[in-house]
Design a protein around this ligand. Structure first.
Ligand code: T5A
Length: 212
């Protein structure tokens, strides 16, 4: 059986990743493919437990290095228990965030820099890479407004300051510039359907498949 494809969605707060994961999953299922929707941090029992530590509590609860270690610990659990078995079984896996989030949030947002994140990636993930990464980009204020409309008070990351969010936005754009074969940037400031069309166009072009 052919292995499934691994597609990751990235971007700042409220970029619309969860919405677009659901729409692309439905489109792919419409072609007869088996699709798993998952997320980070989370996506397996242990990783969801680690997620609770990361998204709740005081903004300054963890320093940047601790946060990066917790995200990679959750990622290892997610890969071993969810992502790798699904791909082996021929299922397409759509993940709401993956390792580019650690580079953007901890590497750029918390200023750890790329070196430590790349070293952790090599240790925890190895050679494995997503087949395609869709980076949903929109102005920080617009994303935070969308996220606030959905969840009063915001989670730990939404409460971090504007400079943090601007640094991670620039971080995602830098990641995309550095790996154009894997990453595409999508303007996420438009309506849901408009963004979905752009997502489908990129999937068709990069993975060479037909979509309805
Ligand atoms: N994190 C994560 C790290 O710091 N390091 C890491 O390594 C990883 C993996 C996870 C947090 O952890 C951090 C990043 C995050 O802060 P989370 O709850 O998963 O927390 O948070 P997010 O991933 O940011 O998810 P959100 O749900 O906040 O945002 P989404 O998924 O981008 O947006 P979505 O689809 O839920 O939409 C938000 C709202 O906007 C509306 C939706 O209906 C919803 O109300 N919306 C639109 N409105 C207008 N136009 C559109 N095009 C819209 N698309 C969606």
């Amino acid at each position: 059986m052919a292995k499934g494809k691994f597609i990751t969605f990235e971007g700042g707060e409220g970029a619309g990743k969860s919405t677009q994961v659901g729409l692309l999953a439905a489109a792919l299922r419409g072609t007869g493919r088996r699709v798993l929707e998952t997320r980070e941090p989370g996506g397996s029992k242990g990783a969801e437990q680690i997620r609770e530590l990361l998204v709740h509590g005081e903004v300054g609860r963890w320093d940047g290095t601790t946060e990066a270690l917790l995200h990679f610990a959750a990622r290892r659990e997610h890969l071993v228990h969810t992502v790798f078995p699904a791909l082996e079984a021929g299922t397409w896996v759509l993940s709401d965030r993956f390792a580019d989030s650690t580079m953007a949030y901890q590497g750029y947002g918390h200023d750890l820099g790329p070196g430590p994140i790349e070293a952790l990636y090599a240790l925890v993930v190895g050679e494995f890479r997503p087949d395609l990464t869709l980076i949903l980009d929109l102005p920080v204020d617009q994303g935070l407004r969308r996220a606030a409309g959905r969840r009063e008070g915001g989670d730990r990351y939404e409460r971090m300051n504007g400079g943090f969010h601007e640094r991670l936005r620039q971080g995602f754009l830098e990641i995309a510039r550095g790996d154009p074969a894997r990453c595409v940037v999508i303007d996420a400031s438009g309506g849901v359907e408009q963004v979905h069309k752009a997502v489908c166009a990129k999937v068709i072009r990069h993975l060479g498949i037909d979509l309805p």
